[in-house]
Design a protein around this ligand. Structure first.
Ligand SMILES: Cc1cc2nc3c(=O)[nH]c(=O)nc-3n(C[C@H](O)[C@H](O)[C@H](O)COP(=O)(O)O)c2cc1C
Length: 165
């Protein structure tokens, strides 16, 4: 399917949630990062941005709990970090450390974002649409910024990627 609908720009979504520790009643705060190719703007006024997150992903639990997320637009030279965030889970590891990305705090929501970005959106979940094996989270963008633009990474299929010049 991705060959038919792609290539699609790969972004990193960051999130934070408080979840019950496995086999315990203790609550722990977890920060997560996930690579996402299924995303798009869906409204100009108000500014709304949609992401599709697999229901089995750890990220899904974090966003369900916190109702917020940040969209991080990455440059193609971050390909290795992007793929790492798209192949391992935040459940047991710190992806910021693992992918060598610097954590910053969002200004408008209680959520981490990534320092090494082209730009970002800080989103509060406004609507949630179940869609088969994914959930579409529509975020109200409370704060956004574009730094200097750079070539972006696009996913074609499997391990095939392209980039803009
Ligand atoms: C290029 C690429 C694009 C991806 N796009 C999505 C996506 O749009 N939605 C999604 O739920 N998972 C997507 N994934 C898969 C997740 O990034 C991957 O399963 C990740 O390890 C989940 O992390 P988590 O367990 O910490 O949530 C993509 C992976 C890659 C490599």
């Amino acid at each position: 399917m991705s060959e038919l609908t792609g290539p699609r720009q790969v972004i990193l979504v960051t999130c934070r949630g408080s979840l019950k520790k496995e086999m315990s009643t203790e609550i722990q705060e977890k920060d997560g990062i996930i690579a996402v190719a299924w995303h798009m703007p869906v409204s100009k006024e108000p500014f709304l941005y949609a992401i599709a997150i697999g229901k089995t992903r750890f990220t899904h639990q974090l966003i369900e709990q916190s109702q917020s997320f940040a969209v991080n637009f990455m440059s193609a030279d971050q390909k290795e970090a992007i793929i790492k965030c798209g192949t391992i889970s935040s459940k047991h590891i710190d992806k910021f450390k693992e992918a060598n990305l610097t954590k910053e705090e969002c200004e408008s929501i209680d959520c981490p974002r990534i320092k090494e970005v082209i730009g970002y959106l800080e989103c509060q979940v406004k609507q949630k649409i179940p869609a088969g094996d994914h959930t579409v989270f529509i975020g109200h963008v409370h704060n956004h910024k574009l730094n200097k633009d750079k070539p972006r990474l696009y996913h074609i299929t499997k391990d095939k990627f392209a980039q803009t010049r």
